[in-house]
Write a protein that binds this ligand. Sequence first.
Ligand code: 9YT
Length: 132
Amino acid sequence: MFIRKLSEAQGTARQVKSDNWNSVRLLLENDNMGFSFHITTLYAGTETHMWYKNHFESVYCISGRAEIEDKATGERHLIEPGTMYALNEHDQHCLRVQEDFVCACVFNPPLKGTEVHDKDGAYGLDAEEVTD
Ligand code: 9YT
């Protein structure tokens, strides 16, 4: 068993930042759990297009509010605290954040730790690993 604290991971190599979000990656591939686990904050007023071609992802909203659009169908859903969405079909989607959106995200296969979105909004499988 091991314990990690969000407050202790913030500001280390486990925290990856972009213009639209930051992600604290509490579990990574080298933890050998078969998934990675992140606490991600997406910023109010941003719109992020994503397409996890190489991963499945589930996202549970802890606080804030965002609208998710399924880009295949145009369907939109409001995501608020207590709601989870699952990208079980490598779905192309867009997240429009109405209020700073804090969520717990699980990725399978697990991230290595340094991934940022490519031009399609995907993560590659060949990122550098984070070790600490
Ligand atoms: C909610 C969401 O879009 N999560 C994407 C993953 C996040 N950018 C991360 O943890 O890398």
